[in-house]
Write a protein that binds this ligand. Structure first.
Ligand SMILES: [Zn+2]
Length: 295
């Protein structure tokens, strides 16, 4: 295990400056070991979904060490974002995630879905088993979120008030169904659905801010946004900052740990340097997540 002590100190100083009891990170990846290896191989090989970018993964430790690193950073709640790239996988992933949450009390019980026969049944099963958050990956799954097959699942999740982190923006590389259009159709039908738009919707930041302003249950996660890495490729238009400030109660800290090409603390620094103030930072890094998940 690499020594992350210096970084833990830097994260602690960030928390202490803001007077935060901890961080709530809604977007971290834990998944079955062989799936995670595959994801890492994908990043290593500069596959097309990364936009051909160099993407050196910073935290390649074993699972127990990765959870220890997050705890060392003072992350009091995190998630196990997992997602299928084909049919027939989601139910198995959900079983793994339920077990992971059971043996990892500070991980929110996460589940996923795919447009396939039986999706409504396994989404209901996951909800009944205590799932508190879903993940949908429109880019990797290459499906239309407005697909007929998903309609009852979205309805069920909207009714239950269970948030869904959804990668629906076109970064780092566009997919067939990414961008604000398909997801706007889902929201038109399920206006109370608690979607958390991953990566602030990059690079379509402003179109996804439009959706958040229109639908009161739409939130955004900060995952990778505003970092040097993202800003070099998909910069946030400065004119969007006041809108970001105004939506301060619906922006949630997300990091993409462990699959990030820079140290975790850089995400926090990137948020701080937006200059939106301490109150905004406290809400984003802790309070909004604590409230949403009743921590
Ligand atoms: Zn992610």
């Amino acid at each position: 295990m690499k020594d992350h002590a210096a970084e833990s100190d830097a994260v602690r100083r960030f928390r202490e400056r803001l007077g935060l009891p901890g961080l709530v990170d809604v977007h971290t990846h834990f998944m079955p070991e062989r799936v995670l290896r595959k994801v890492w191989e994908y990043f290593d090989s500069l596959g097309p979904l990364t936009g051909g970018l160099e993407w050196p993964i910073t935290y390649r430790e074993a699972e127990a060490e990765r959870t220890a690193i997050l705890r060392g950073f003072g992350v009091r709640a995190f998630t196990s974002m997992l997602y299928p790239h084909k049919p027939g996988m989601a139910r198995w992933l959900n079983g793994w995630a339920a077990d992971f949450a059971h043996r990892t009390p500070d991980c929110l019980h996460t589940a996923t879905l795919f447009p396939e026969p039986g999706v409504e049944a396994y989404v209901r099963e996951a909800v009944e088993a205590g799932a508190r958050l879903f993940k949908s990956h429109v880019q990797v799954g290459a499906y239309d979120p407005a697909d007929e097959l998903l309609r009852p699942a979205w309805g069920l999740l909207a009714e239950a008030g269970i948030p869904v982190v959804i990668h629906c923006g076109s970064g780092p590389a566009p997919g067939k169904h990414t961008g604000p259009g398909p997801i706007a159709r889902v929201l038109a039908e399920h206006p109370r659905l608690r979607l958390i738009v991953a990566h602030m919707g990059m690079p379509e930041y402003e179109e996804f801010l439009d959706l958040a302003e229109r639908y009161g249950e739409v939130r955004l996660d900060t995952t990778m946004a505003f970092t040097d890495f993202a800003e070099a490729l998909m910069p946030l238009p400065r004119r969007a900052l006041p809108r970001l400030a105004a939506l301060g109660d619906r922006v949630l800290l997300g990091s993409d740990f462990p699959n990030i090409p820079y140290p975790y603390v850089h995400q926090l620094d990137a948020l701080e340097r937006l200059g939106l103030g301490e109150e905004w930072l406290r809400a984003v890094c802790h309070d909004n997540g604590a409230k949403l998940f009743r921590l």
